[in-house]
Design a protein around this ligand. Structure first.
Ligand code: ATP
Ligand code: MG
Length: 400
């Protein structure tokens, strides 16, 4: 992917936006709806980023007219449903205008380069073919630059000058910024996310967002006895970073007091069962929030075997706690290094990696194969239902 240099900024007057590959294979009605939603997010994001713009939608593409094409491209590639964006020079589809625009781009981008190629894609009716465009533009560049050391190399060029002709307009560009792909946020409804502020759960949230689900994060605050203020701050900061990938007004995280529930669990249940019971309480609170918010699933950052509570056998017992909504685990089969790589891209890595006390209630030897009958018995003994009701009563909605 060729990246566009800042100093080329003044050459561009627009941005070509390509939609995620899966958007393009939907039925035409769904595709139209998804692509228009992506455009709505793009408009909101550019507005929020202070970039003047005019977004034009044509089936399969969006074109942004702007004087700040590089900043606009960077912003646009934070919109779910966008696969890539290219700062471009827009002109008419007349051959002489295409050549003029290509020469302007070539003057800047071919400096110090020894080879180039011209590539063209064309949609609409024109008195020339794509091959004609490549040939004419390539010849004009060689004549205009008059450089003996510059040659056309169609197979492995240092710079590819690309031309997109669409009906009465054309766009000349060289570089592409990569977007997240996926579906526009919200088209898959809403999910409640268990967000701890550790490395995993923010990444799990982002992956759900990438597939089109809006998120309602929930943080369980077990401080001061079993956690600390730093952990809470991390969770709120991660929520803020995740919401910066959206343009929706709702930026709320639920903070659920969890100290009392955890103290009761620790006191009354066999030590090895603490984590499994604690997580089941979280799921049940999350279900109630999902019900209230009209969400249709619960997302967690659990990964197979990452913690003792995340063995296959324990996940069966955890799943049983959520009666109404499925629990989704986007990271189930991720290695930590893969999760960390994504966390860096999303922007949550530094926050998640910051020191905090973590959970001090975790036992030394947690059970690896919890027995459901045993778990249900313990939950009756600790009156888990009452703990859930109390937690919900004290839950706070925090704007971030
Ligand atoms: P993370 O998985 O976010 O890095 P962690 O590894 O400390 O945090 P685990 O014990 O692996 O947490 O918990 C598995 C999942 O349970 C987390 O990914 C998260 O979805 C949820 N979870 C754990 N603790 C909390 C919490 N305090 N508040 C909300 N969700 C939590
Ligand atoms: Mg984890």
């Amino acid at each position: 992917m060729q990246v566009v240099r800042e100093k080329d900024q003044c050459t561009y007057n627009s941005v070509i936006v390509r939609f995620g590959c899966e958007v393009g294979v939907k039925s035409s009605k769904t595709r139209l709806y998804y692509e228009k939603e992506v455009c709505r997010h793009i408009r909101n994001l550019l507005e929020k980023g202070g970039v003047e713009h005019d977004v034009k939608y044509v089936f399969g593409r969006a074109y942004v007219t702007t004087r700040n094409a590089i900043k606009a491209s960077e912003l646009v590639t934070r919109v779910f449903g966008v696969s890539s964006a290219s700062p471009a020079l827009e002109t008419t589809s007349k051959m002489e205008d295409i050549i003029d625009a290509a020469l302007k781009i070539a003057e800047n981008t071919l400096k110090g380069k020894k080879s180039f190629a011209v590539r063209c894609r064309r949609t609409g009716i024109h008195p020339y073919t794509s091959v004609d465009v490549c040939r004419e533009v390539g010849g004009a560049i060689l004549r205009h630059l008059k450089r003996d050391d510059l040659k056309v190399d169609l197979k492995n060029p240092e710079v590819a000058i690309k031309i997109e002709v669409r009906d009465d307009k054309s766009y000349v560009y060289t570089g592409e910024y990569e977007g997240p792909g996926g579906f526009p946020l919200g088209v898959q409804g809403k999910v409640v996310c268990l967000l701890s502020g550790g490395m995993d759960s923010p990444v799990a949230c982002w992956l759900a967002m990438k597939r089109g689900a809006a998120i309602i994060p929930v943080y369980f605050d077990a401080s001061p006895a079993f956690s600390d203020e730093a952990s809470r701050v991390k969770a709120l900061e991660c929520a803020r970073i995740l919401f910066d990938w959206t343009t929706e007004k709702q930026r709320t995280i639920y903070v659920v007091p969890h100290e009392e529930a955890l103290a009761t669990i620790r006191k009354k249940c066999p030590e090895g069962y603490t984590c499994v019971i604690c997580k089941r309480v979280m799921y049940r609170v999350a279900e109630r929030i999902a019900e209230a918010e009209g969400a249709e699933g619960i997302v967690t950052g659990e990964a197979l075997g990452e913690q003792a509570s995340q063995t296959l056998a324990n996940l069966i017992v955890l799943n049983e706690a959520a009666k109404k909504y499925p629990v989704h685990r986007p990271l189930l089969c991720f290695d930590k290094t893969e999760t960390e790589r994504l966390a860096r891209k999303i922007g949550t890595y530094e926050v998640s990696a910051r020191r905090s006390r973590g959970c001090t209630a975790a036992p030394k030897h947690p059970v690896l194969r919890a027995k459901l009958e045993r778990v249900l018995e313990i939950e009756r003994n600790i009156d888990a239902e009452r703990l859930i009701e109390e937690a919900l009563k004290k839950a706070e909605k925090v704007e971030v």
